[in-house]
Unconditional design. Structure first.
Length: 108
């Protein structure tokens, strides 16, 4: 457990930092440490970790994210069909069925 002077010094040093580059998994690890410190009642150390997290910018894999997005978009696209031909076929079948029914009714 750090003493008050060490915590205070670390906090002052963090105030001078503008940006800390972290990988996403390292940021998650810092968040877990912060939660553990809070649960353990070590609030001052937790505050220093919170300051550190606040100063971080997470490096993300843009190429991987774009590839994932393209996969999602391609899954959302409607299959390309000629709807006019489909409607013509359905209408022709429907009209033929109506014609058959009219013929049957007229013969009665």
């Amino acid at each position: 457990m750090a003493n008050f002077r060490d915590i205070n010094s670390a906090s002052r040093n963090l105030n001078r930092v503008t940006d800390i580059n972290l990988e996403p998994e390292n940021r998650k690890a810092l968040e877990a440490v912060m939660v553990a410190l809070a649960a353990g009642g070590r609030v001052q150390e937790m505050a220093v970790i919170a300051q550190t997290i606040e100063k971080t910018s997470v490096q993300t894999d843009i190429v991987g994210a774009i590839a994932d997005l393209k996969a999602v978009i391609s899954g959302l696209k409607q299959p390309e069909t000629d709807r006019v031909d489909t409607y013509k076929t359905d209408m022709a079948a429907g009209l033929a069925a109506i014609g058959d029914r009219l013929t049957a009714l007229e013969s009665k």
